[in-house]
Write a protein that binds this ligand. Structure first.
Ligand code: ZN
Length: 423
């Protein structure tokens, strides 16, 4: 119990940066592994056998898994069971996961120091290294066709998306990232950058997209790279929707409706616009993306800790500060979201944008110890499927959520350059 409390405390305090940076990939991920035991309502549990069958038979595609940055912090062999983290091969197999998009995540600081392309190339190298080390388990997937072929060969695909396209400094540089396997790109992360304003940054430097950002939208279309609206400001999102010739995605976002004022999740109008353009919103399952109470809980922990640091003069990582955090967490347990919240978001997104506009972008390995009860790692997809069955979704609809909807968008985007007579 003590260990759990500490685990949450550490993550809660990394949420200090999250309060501003949101899903800014805190250290301390996976420290709540003792809580991996699922806690599912009986009415959901009843659907588990059917859910496991569907998980085994279907392609499960998740557009946002932060394995590369986890490996950047400290290499572990994810082809075997790992102690920490939310992803490894055995758990992915247990969960029926077939295609986790590897997030090539460039922190805003690294981008601002013009070091983004070095980091992006290194993160892509690490994904390639995973595949090279275990070609029987993992495979790259640079097209929907390759992904489907990998599924039939019993391999887990590792397609890649770039979270913060700051490293792309010109239209000409798009070709390099296409070549390296990037198949979606969000233009910014936690701060406005050279391309776009960020939903986390009150400084709206460009009133949406910069001139370079505007020129990159058609360039990314022409390269067959999906545009990702997660992280950019609302204005930038609408400008991308306007400029893009093809449907777009939100790779790891949920519905703002449940957390009013949380700009990182799209509001109803934006969700509708994404759906009307044929795009997909991939649900982020970090508790702070799902539940107002969870978000408030972490914000309060952050504010209290900052006040403590100011008053005590202690260093952030001092022993006294650690003890303070432990005591705080003991008295103020983190209000974790649950699988039910995830299902509420799916229901809501389907209601606003349409059932064909919903998918999964969990943010596993990217949201620290804030994952909801019932969805604690990549072994959990059958829980989600059981939950969807319990809410009356048909198997066809569920398969759309699991991969069909995203693959539909990717096929359109992938074919677009050929349709224009380019390749
Ligand atoms: Zn993110």
């Amino acid at each position: 119990m003590r260990r759990l409390t500490l685990a949450w405390t550490l993550s809660a305090l990394t949420l200090a940066s999250l309060a501003q940076a949101g899903d800014a990939h805190p250290p301390g991920y996976g420290q709540g592994l003792a809580e991996r035991i699922p806690s599912l309502a009986p009415e959901i549990q009843a659907f588990l056998p059917e859910a496991r069958r569907i998980a085994a038979e279907s392609i499960i595609l998740d557009t946002h898994v932060d394995v590369p940055y986890r490996l950047e912090r400290g290499w572990v062999d994810v082809s075997e069971a790992t102690e920490g983290g939310d992803f490894d091969y055995p758990r992915a197999v247990a969960g029926g996961l077939d295609a986790p998009f590897m997030s090539i995540y460039i922190p805003a600081d690294v981008d601002a120091q013009d070091q983004g392309s070095v980091l992006a190339d290194r993160l892509i190298d690490s994904v390639e290294a995973l595949v090279a080390a275990d070609p029987d388990k993992f495979a790259l997937a640079k097209s929907p066709g390759e992904l489907v072929a990998n599924f039939h060969a019993g391999k887990i695909s590792l397609p890649m998306g770039m979270e913060n396209a700051g490293p792309i400094r010109s239209v000409e540089e798009v070709a390099h990232w296409r070549e390296r396997g990037i198949r979606y790109a969000s233009l910014a992360h936690s701060r406005s950058n050279a391309l776009s304003d960020s939903s986390y940054d009150i400084n709206e430097r460009w009133d949406g997209l910069s001139p370079l950002g505007k020129s990159l939208v058609p360039a990314l279309n022409d390269a067959g790279i999906m545009l990702d609206l997660s992280h950019v400001s609302d204005k930038a999102a609408y400008q991308i929707l306007e400029l893009s010739a093809v449907p777009v995605i939100a790779s790891h976002s949920s519905a703002r409706h449940f957390i009013p004022g949380f700009l990182r999740n799209p509001d109803d109008d934006l969700l509708r616009a994404i759906g009307e353009k044929g795009g997909v919103i991939m649900v982020n399952i970090g508790s702070s993306f799902l539940s107002q109470a969870s978000r408030r809980s972490s914000e309060q922990a952050t504010q209290a800790f900052q006040a403590y640091l100011r008053e005590s003069g202690e260093a952030r990582d001092s022993q006294a500060a650690k003890a303070w955090r432990a005591a705080y967490a003991e008295e103020n347990p983190y209000l974790r979201a649950t699988l039910e919240h995830v299902l509420d978001h799916v229901d809501y997104l389907a209601g606003i944008a349409g059932i064909d506009a919903v998918g999964i972008g969990t943010d596993f390995d990217g949201v620290g110890d804030t994952l909801p009860i019932g969805m604690r790692d990549v072994a959990s997809y059958p829980h989600l499927i059981a939950g969807l069955l319990s809410r009356g979704y048909s198997e066809g609809e569920i398969k759309g959520i699991l991969s069909g909807n995203l693959l539909r968008v990717w096929r359109v985007v992938d074919a677009y350059p050929r349709g224009k007579g380019r390749s």
